[in-house]
Design a protein around this ligand. Structure first.
Ligand SMILES: Nc1nc2c(c(=O)[nH]1)N[C@H]1C(S)=C(S)[C@@H](COP(=O)(O)OP(=O)(O)OC[C@H]3O[C@@H](n4cnc5c(=O)[nH]c(N)nc54)[C@H](O)[C@@H]3O)O[C@H]1N2
Ligand SMILES: Nc1nc2c(c(=O)[nH]1)N[C@H]1C(S)=C(S)[C@@H](COP(=O)(O)OP(=O)(O)OC[C@H]3O[C@@H](n4cnc5c(=O)[nH]c(N)nc54)[C@H](O)[C@@H]3O)O[C@H]1N2
Ligand code: SF4
Ligand SMILES: [Mo]
Length: 666
């Protein structure tokens, strides 16, 4: 019998990066449990983190590079696979230019620090504008509002969870998701502490797991959250706003006041279908609290009202004097980035946009990325001929499956970096198997999403299976075949540790400290002087960007029955199929009765573009008119309901929430 050993690591399934203890015996990963000594997660784990052994030993795990010949994907060597890929991509660039290569930065490399950094360097070396990432399928509105209102995409307000006495969640369910852009390991404890200290409010069409812990829950019609916030802002501006801030730390308060003027109690109740007394109760809670923290999630960013809602969330925090204040919201300075050490460039008043792709001239690039919604059209137009898919499951993640899949089939090259076979690898011309998280050392890449100013390190726990290699190595080898020397891939520095040391060099503490201590933390200043210096240079928070005033005026009423997105405990996007999450579609009893649906029955959800089949869950806790469809299922793919042409005209992000549907017995 092989002796077992336990290695301290951190989970890289989601951005909460909980501390874990991984038990192995030889090449078997036996068990993952929480690390009680971890300063952030304190022993907490969820089913997904504990499911890492199942991910490592997945029956469909990829162990050899594959190259397509005809209808088949055939195992091959790295040299052959990379030579073939390099030759084909190089020929495409020579003939059609770098813009014929699209690159998707998927979630699978999003938590691989060395791989992600090499992907950025490969992208820069190729020089293609066709960069795609989950930004435009998940949360463009958040970064857009940082850019427009805060004057920098790097500024993201987050609740001061340690001291806040009033937190409002809009379209986020951290008990399941562990936070949208701000990680929340051990969410139940954090939320209970807020509710015990003060008030916790939730706006969600569903009485979610988070709403159950809240002091107050309102269920506006999907896509009308902006109205609730506009009402709060209107009332606070009339009575209780911080006039010192409106006069000296913000601009355009008069334009803002005019824009929210229509949102009286009566009008807001009509738009949202929330009772007047409930709206008034929320307003009273805001007034009592003084300082407020508002946190939004994908229920906001995926809706047609995304930008406007996110804007008004910022505005409510600004007019109550809550930004950069204890008990309000703070701005993460970064551990690796150190935002306080330089002057943040001030964004243009109309946003950091650039030209969009040729096939979709009505869209733009934002922060040098193209919206994911344009990929299918760019392929069909013959503009994109090769896609480097770095750890993404395109078939479930991108909008409009009905047009995406035929387009992907027309590519000359679809190279996918993966660890487990799926529908996207099945469409690929090259499949490149890389190390999974237990096979590689890592450092925290997205330290600015942590609730603390900190970073951590994890060693590799097991040897890579089969021919799996590091993502950074694969990309550097590909780059060499395209004529770019990005890293030493054979000498003594060709190690994961050397790559990580180079990344960590820019941070607040030496890499050696990270390795020795695992977790290193720096202090947090609140108010932070660097934020105030930024506001000085900005000339005050921009309360009323023209783009947003226009979008607010142009919003239309939601359809009577729409679908809304939802995350599941035993699923991370398309991953962890083996944990058994089912595609349960939540329907209000009245909507179910009207459609002749009973609990447990297979149902069809039909949209303008296509339909999916799921299982009916009749649920009195979801509001009438909302149908909740989980994301990431291959058989009940919710992107059969989304539409590449139904998108936000400012950001180009497709609408993933609030589209009209009908429901039917299957
Ligand atoms: N309609 C609709 N569409 C959505 C959403 C929605 O709610 N509704 N959600 C959106 C959101 S929020 C996001 S973030 C995107 C997610 O879209 P994707 O980024 O495509 O995310 P995943 O489905 O998680 O796919 C990640 C892939 O990486 C692989 N992987 C896991 N670990 C590793 C690793 O260590 N290395 C490598 N190389 N690969 C690995 C997994 O096997 C998986 O196939 O989808 C978006 N699409
Ligand atoms: N277990 C698990 N955790 C995850 C993921 C996962 O797939 N599974 N995915 C990860 C990723 S990639 C992301 S981006 C984050 C997302 O993190 P969250 O944004 O917190 O995602 P959800 O848990 O789906 O919460 C979204 C909520 O919005 C509500 N909603 C839908 N439409 C509307 C609307 O119009 N208005 C309002 N007010 N609410 C609405 C839904 O009912 C749902 O409760 O989660 C991350 N964490
Ligand atoms: S919340 Fe779950 S998936 Fe996220 S880091 Fe912690 S254990 Fe991993
Ligand atoms: Mo996401």
């Amino acid at each position: 019998m092989t002796a077992s050993k336990t290695v301290r690591s951190f989970c890289r399934v989601c951005t909460s990066v909980c501390g874990i203890l991984v038990e192995t015996a030889g090449d078997q990963v036996i068990r993952v449990r929480g690390d009680r000594d971890h300063p952030l997660s304190g022993g907490y784990t969820c089913a997904k983190g504990r499911g890492l052994p199942g991910m490592h030993h997945h029956p469909r795990r990829l162990e050899r590079p594959l190259v397509r010949s005809g209808a088949e994907l055939t195992p091959t060597t790295w040299a052959e696979c990379l030579d073939d890929l390099g030759t084909r991509v190089r020929a495409i660039i020579d003939e059609h230019g770098p813009q014929a290569v699209g690159i998707f930065f998927g979630s699978g490399v999003g938590m691989d620090a060395a791989g992600y950094r090499m992907a950025q360097r490969l992208h820069a070396a190729i020089g293609t504008p066709a960069k795609f990432s989950p930004l435009t399928i998940d949360g463009t509105a958040k970064v857009l509002i940082s850019d427009l209102v805060g004057g920098s995409p790097a500024l993201a307000p987050r609740p001061d969870y340690d001291a806040a006495t009033f937190v409002l969640f809009v379209g986020s369910n951290p008990v399941v998701s562990h936070g949208h852009t701000v990680a929340m390991p051990s969410p139940v404890g954090t939320l209970k502490a807020i509710a015990a200290r003060g008030e916790l409010w939730v706006l969600d069409p569903r009485r979610t797991e988070t709403a159950r812990l809240a002091t107050g829950h309102l269920a506006p019609r999907p896509g009308t959250d902006h109205a609730v916030l506009a009402y709060l802002v209107r009332e606070v501006l009339r009575d209780g706003a911080r006039h010192d801030i409106l006069e000296h730390r913000a601009v355009d308060a008069d334009v803002l006041a005019a824009a929210v003027e229509p949102f009286t109690l009566e009008h807001t109740a009509a738009v949202t279908d929330v009772a007047e007394e409930d709206l008034a109760r929320l307003l009273a809670a805001v007034r009592r609290a003084g300082r407020v923290a508002v946190e939004t999630g994908t229920g906001v960013t995926m809706a047609a009202s995304a930008n406007v809602t996110q804007w008004l969330a910022w505005v409510l925090m600004i007019v109550t004097g809550s930004l950069n204040q204890p008990g309000g919201a703070w701005f993460h300075p970064g551990f690796g980035n150190r935002l306080e050490s330089f002057e943040l460039p001030i964004s243009p008043a109309d946003g950091s946009f650039g030209p969009g792709p040729r096939s979709r001239p009505e869209t733009h690039s934002f922060l040098n990325e193209w919206p994911c919604a344009v990929l299918a059209d760019e392929i069909e137009a013959g503009n994109i001929r090769a896609v480097l898919n770095l750890g993404g499951h395109l078939v479930t993640a991108f909008p409009d499956t009905e047009t995406l899949v035929p387009a992907l089939k027309k590519l000359d090259v679809l190279a996918t970096i993966e660890i487990i076979e799926n529908e996207t690898t099945a469409l690929s011309t090259h499949v490149l198997p890389t190390k999974d998280q237990l096979e590689r050392a890592d450092v925290t890449l997205w330290d600015a999403l942590l609730p603390r100013v900190a970073a951590q390190y994890a060693p590799a726990v097991v040897d890579p299976v089969g021919d799996r290699r590091s993502t950074w190595w694969v990309l550097a080898e590909l780059a060499r075949r395209l004529g770019h020397e990005l890293a030493d891939t054979t000498g003594k520095d060709a190690t994961d540790e050397a790559m990580l040391a180079a990344i960590a060099r820019r941070g607040r503490r030496p890499f050696e400290d990270l390795v020795a201590e695992g977790w290193v933390e720096a202090g947090r200043e609140l108010p932070a002087p660097w934020v105030e210096r930024h506001v000085d240079r900005l000339g005050g928070w921009r309360l009323a960007p023209r783009l947003l005033i226009d979008q607010l005026a142009a919003l239309t009423e939601p359809a009577p029955l729409v679908f809304v997105p939802r995350r599941q405990k035993r699923h991370l996007n398309s991953q962890f199929d083996f944990l058994g999450a089912t595609a349960e579609v939540l329907v209000h009893p009245d909507d179910a009765a009207a459609a002749g649906l009973v609990d447990g029955q297979p149902l069809i959800v039909r949209g303008a573009r296509g339909e999916l089949t799921g299982v009916t869950r009749v649920d009195p806790e979801i509001r009438r008119g909302a149908v909740s469809v989980p994301h990431g299922h291959q058989t009940a793919n919710v992107n059969r309901l989304t539409d590449k042409d139904d998108l936000d005209l400012v950001t180009g992000m497709a609408h993933y929430s609030g589209l009209p549907v009908t429901v039917h017995p299957a």
